[in-house]
Design a protein around this ligand. Structure first.
Ligand SMILES: Cc1cc2nc3c(=O)[nH]c(=O)nc-3n(C[C@H](O)[C@H](O)[C@H](O)COP(=O)(O)O)c2cc1C
Length: 183
């Protein structure tokens, strides 16, 4: 199975990095595209140089619109954008495909493949909310970057893993990243 992972310049890049680690552990082939601001925010928030992520995924430059993930004929099982900025959310909602991350998302929608967005912003304005409705109408699923506490996390890692577990649930992938309610 192949999954496209997009990391944007929203806060919460730790979720994207952890998702890549878990997908690798699960034997999933990840294709990674990081927005220009995403590169800087990953470095700022996690201390990770995105070039170090090349061990976890097939790397695609965000400016490379000739990359395989720019085409619907390249078969994938879906795409996760985590974290998803309001800029990228808005561009997806409008069908704007000015970079590879946006084009790959547009491909998911046109091919009817899973597109999971983990938006992160607070507070939200009406434009953000309206764009959320638009992408949902177009077939995307929203899995907000807002971890829960009912699984009684005892560390930051538990909170991150809860979110990543929710994303894997959205892709239909088995995992043990968080304790399910009632199990
Ligand atoms: C440290 C940092 C944190 C940010 N956090 C957010 C955020 O949580 N949500 C958001 O929508 N934008 C956030 N931004 C702003 C986006 O990075 C900015 O809107 C950018 O244009 C997004 O572009 P992209 O979608 O191509 O990554 C943040 C910027 C910085 C520098």
């Amino acid at each position: 199975m192949r999954i496209v992972v997009g990391i944007t310049g929203a806060s919460g890049s730790v979720y994207g990095v952890r998702l890549l680690q878990v997908l690798k552990e699960l034997g999933v082939e990840s294709h990674l595209v990081v927005s220009q601001t995403g590169v800087e925010v990953v470095k700022y928030e996690t201390g990770v140089d995105v070039r170090g992520l090349r061990d976890l995924a097939v790397w695609h430059d965000v400016g490379d619109l000739f990359a395989p993930i720019a085409s619907g004929s390249f078969r994938t099982g879906g795409m996760v954008i985590v974290p998803c900025s309001m800029h990228t959310l808005g561009a997806v909602a409008q069908g704007v495909t000015e970079n590879l991350l946006l084009r790959a998302a547009d491909v998911m929608l046109k091919e009817g493949r899973p597109l999971l967005l983990a938006p992160r912003e607070a507070p939200l304005n009406k434009i953000h909310v309206s764009n959320m409705l638009k992408v949902m109408d177009a077939g995307a699923r929203l899995i907000p970057a807002s971890p829960a506490f009912y699984h009684r996390p005892s560390s930051l890692q538990d909170l991150v893993d809860f979110m990543v577990g929710k994303l894997l649930d959205g892709l239909g992938l088995e995992h043990n990243l968080y304790q399910r309610w009632g199990e």
